[in-house]
Structures are given as C-alpha cells and as structure tokens.
Design a protein around this ligand. Structure first.
Ligand code: IFM
Length: 468
C-alpha cells in the first residue's frame, strides 16, 4: 500500500490539475525517453501468415462468450502488413522510442524446431525501419501470447515451458540483439496470471489456485533464466521486465482496512517483484499466498533472482480498498468510483497522483536501478468527426500524469522514460475494440489511420513546443 495515504484527494500537497500551475516542458525531465507502446496480438493481425501458428489468444477468442461482440485480433490493425506506414506515423509523432512485442508463434511454430525465417525477417524489417526513422526499439518478449502447442502440454503450469521460453529468448537475442539495445522479458505477470490462470477471463481461460500458483512460480523462474541467457549473449544490452502497478489506498484508517489494503498491495504490486530482487515471496501478511510454497523446489529462490537493468511499470488508475468479511481469501473489496470523480471509458478512475506515489514507492527499493513507465494512457469513446478526433479528455489525462511524473522525478524518483499506451487503437483483449486507447485513431473496417488531437499534442510536447 502507499503509506500514509488514506483517500488523499484534494488535501494532497502538490496535487496538480489546477490551471495556475507552472508549465513543465519535456526538457524539464532532463535525459528522458518519450515513446508509445503496443503488443503483437493487439495490433499485428495476420494471425496465420508466413508460418505463424496459433497462440492461446488465437484459440481463446474462438470460445463463445469470452470476448465482447465476439471480436478477435485475427486482423486487428493489420500492422503486420502496414508497419512501414505505421513507422512513418511514429516519425510524424516525433517518437523517440517504440515499445512492441514479438509474437513467439511467429518465431517458433512447433516445439524444438528451427526458427521460422519469415517471422524473424518480419521483425528484422520492423526494427530496421524504426532505426532508420531514428526510433529506439524497446522489445517485449512476452505480451501474453503463449504458443497453443505449449498450452497443450500444460502451458505455464508445466515447468518444461521454462526451457522453451529460454530457447525463444536466446533466439531473439541472437537474431535481434545486434540492433536492439532494450529488451523487456515479460509484460505484467500479475495480470495475465490472475486473469488467465485464476479467474479464467483471459487466455488460456484456466481457473483455480493450483493453476495460478504453479504458473506464477514458473513464469518468474522463466523470467530470470531467460534474462540470464540474454545477458550472456548480449552483455551490453539493457535487460528489463515490466510489471503492472495499481496504487492502493485504504478506505479508512481502521486496522482492518489498512491490513486489507496491504494485502491488495502485496498481490497487485510486490508479489512479482520481491522474489526477483532477492526478498522472497511476500507472503507474511497474506496467508493464501503461502500456497505458492508447494511449487518451490530446492534452489529455486536463487534461480528466480535477476538483477534487471530497469523495471517497467504499467499503471492507469488507483483503487480504494475496504475490508470485507464476505470475500474469501482476500477479505477485501474495491470501492466503486465516487460519483464526483472522473473516469475513462473502462470506468477506471482518473487519479494522476497514483503515478507519483508508485514512482516514489518503487524508487525506494535500492535493488531497482531505473524505471520506465512502459504503459500509461486512457480509453475513451473517441469519435472521428470531419476528419478529426478532438480527444481533449486524453490530453488532460496525459498532462496530469506527466506533471506527477515530473514531481516524482524532481524528488529523486528513478524514472527515465514514458510510453503512452497506446500508439494505435487496438484489440483490448476481452473488451474487444470498443475501448480506444490510441494516439492514432484506427478505422477497423478500412484500416485508415488518423492522428488524434492527443497525438498532435504529444508530438508538440516531445518537440518542446508545448507543456504539461
Ligand atoms: O491493453 C492492455 C495491455 O495489453 C496491457 N496493459 C494494459 C493495457 C490496457 O488495458
């Protein structure tokens, strides 16, 4: 939990949002990287092109009732075929960096086989186009799209998947490491493991503690083993990994509410961090998490550690947490957004101070050397009217969050860059296409792209012509 922060709201010193605050320009952030992010399944489409096989998301979207409006990422933004013009858009936006993920199923289309040259070639061309445009690639190895052939043998619940992941990471290091300096091993373990292995609402649709804890432990082992392989092959690369983070505030100062908030914070914010930095699983105050111990083999807690060059944080909103005697295991409930608070199209409360609190929280870990905000942004019901998307709500969101990042950085937070989620409107998993996060609007029927007002604002901000 964020210490001493009980529903802080307007009382918080330094809270921004008023009009009479001093302007902050990109240059005020000093040496900082400005980018945007996407992931393979959410934008590439071309789901069976050039030797690509099914991932768990290709199969999951075919299951009735799993995705709103029965949509899928089979075509998505067709970025696989349009990456050249999308890189031109990134250049128009003056992006300095672009975070994207590699689809494992384009690289290896069967277990223990030769890598698929066409898949490799696609990413090499994308990377070359980025470098040519002066845009630094930040490459995520795993953004949730496990090969279905591995799911068929147990997926992340099977320890054998660790060595398959290491082979894949090694291949990426060998084939892309000559031109990529920044790698991110996993995207948001907490999210894909809880939604995909505990609650069954994301791929692969499994449920229950057994799946969740076995998969969680194996993912963290795979993360460290793969990172070690990559560092061995690429001693000069920056190897990082990305976690999701949600600032949690207690609904009251009562002991029960603060203890519930600590449990929430443990699961959401530290469970997938602390073992990696050598502190072990933080199970002390949250008994159900001890179930993971059943999956720990001798030597694992050494193997699970890795000294990452940077940590990516993805963060969007906050939660206010209250104790609940009725909810088993966690004994908390998240309060609904208060009526007077602003929220996005996914009803995520807009609370910029959360990013400040999180940056302070993670910067306090001596083991964390550097942080990138690898995702932050907002979904709104954007409309293209007479060729323009006037998404001023998104501009406000970005400005208010950037101001909080500047505040944290001025106070010593180790943050070195910011990536808007997302470059393009894209496939928002179980939500389908209705949640538009892009700086660039996409017409999913024609694939016509249009830079939104927020994209122009971000471009001008990066160029130093406007401020937040
Ligand atoms: O779209 C997702 C992304 O894939 C992972 N982080 C959160 C985003 C918005 O929900």
């Amino acid at each position: 939990m964020i210490e001493n922060s009980i529903i802080p709201d307007a009382a918080r010193a330094g809270a921004t949002n008023s009009d009479d605050v001093a302007p902050i320009f990109a240059r005020d952030f000093g040496d900082f990287t400005w980018g945007a992010a996407t992931s393979a399944y959410q934008i590439e489409g071309a789901h069976n092109a050039d030797g690509k096989v099914d991932s768990i998301w290709d199969t999951f979207v075919r299951r009735r009732g799993k995705i709103k409006s029965r949509e899928s990422g089979a075509v998505a933004c067709d970025h696989y075929r349009r990456f050249d013009s999308d890189v031109a858009l990134m250049r128009d936006l003056s992006l300095q960096a672009y975070r994207f993920s590699i689809a494992w199923t384009r690289i290896f289309n069967a277990p223990r086989t030769r890598a698929n040259d066409k898949g490799i070639d696609y990413y090499q061309r994308l990377i070359d186009a980025l470098l040519e445009a002066g845009i630094e690639p930040f490459v995520t190895l795993y953004h949730w799209d496990l090969p279905q052939y591995l799911e068929n043998t147990g997926g992340w619940t099977n320890r054998d998947t660790i060595s398959y992941f290491c082979d894949y990471a090694t291949e990426c290091a060998r084939r892309f490491g000559d031109r990529v300096r920044n790698f991110i091993v996993f995207n948001e373990p907490m999210i894909f493991l809880s939604l995909g292995y505990l609650l069954g609402i994301h791929a692969p649709g499994r449920r229950g503690f057994k799946n969740f804890f076995a998969a969680s432990h194996n993912v963290l082992l795979a993360q460290a083993e793969a990172a070690r392989e990559m560092r061995r092959h690429l001693p000069n690369a920056q190897i990082g990994t990305t976690i999701s983070a949600t600032a949690a505030y207690a609904a009251s100062a009562s002991t029960r509410d603060t203890a519930a908030t600590t449990r929430f914070d443990t699961l959401y914010n530290t469970f997938y961090l602390e073992p990696v930095i050598g502190r072990g699983y933080p199970t002390q105050n949250f008994p159900v998490l001890k179930k993971i111990e059943k999956y720990i083999q001798p030597g694992d807690m050494e193997k699970i550690k890795f000294d990452f060059d940077f940590w990516g944080l993805n963060t969007y909103t906050r939660k206010i947490v209250r104790y609940s005697r009725y909810l088993p295991y966690t004994h908390w409930r998240e309060l609904k957004n208060a009526p007077n608070t602003r929220a996005t199209a996914l009803n995520w409360e807009i609370y910029p101070e959360a990013i400040y609190d999180l940056l302070k929280k993670y910067s306090a870990y001596p083991e964390i050397k550097k942080i990138y905000i690898t995702e932050n942004g907002a979904a709104f019901h954007d409309e293209l009217v007479a060729g323009r998307v006037a998404d001023h709500n998104r501009i406000d969101y970005l400005k208010s969050h950037l101001r909080e990042i500047a505040r944290a950085r001025n106070e010593g937070a180790k943050v070195a860059g910011y990536f808007v989620w997302s470059l393009l409107d894209n496939f928002e998993w179980a939500e389908g296409y209705h949640a538009r996060f892009g700086l660039v609007h996409n017409n999913f029927l024609t694939q016509a792209r249009r830079i939104k007002d927020s994209g122009y604002w971000y471009r001008d901000f990066i160029r130093g012509k406007t401020h937040c």
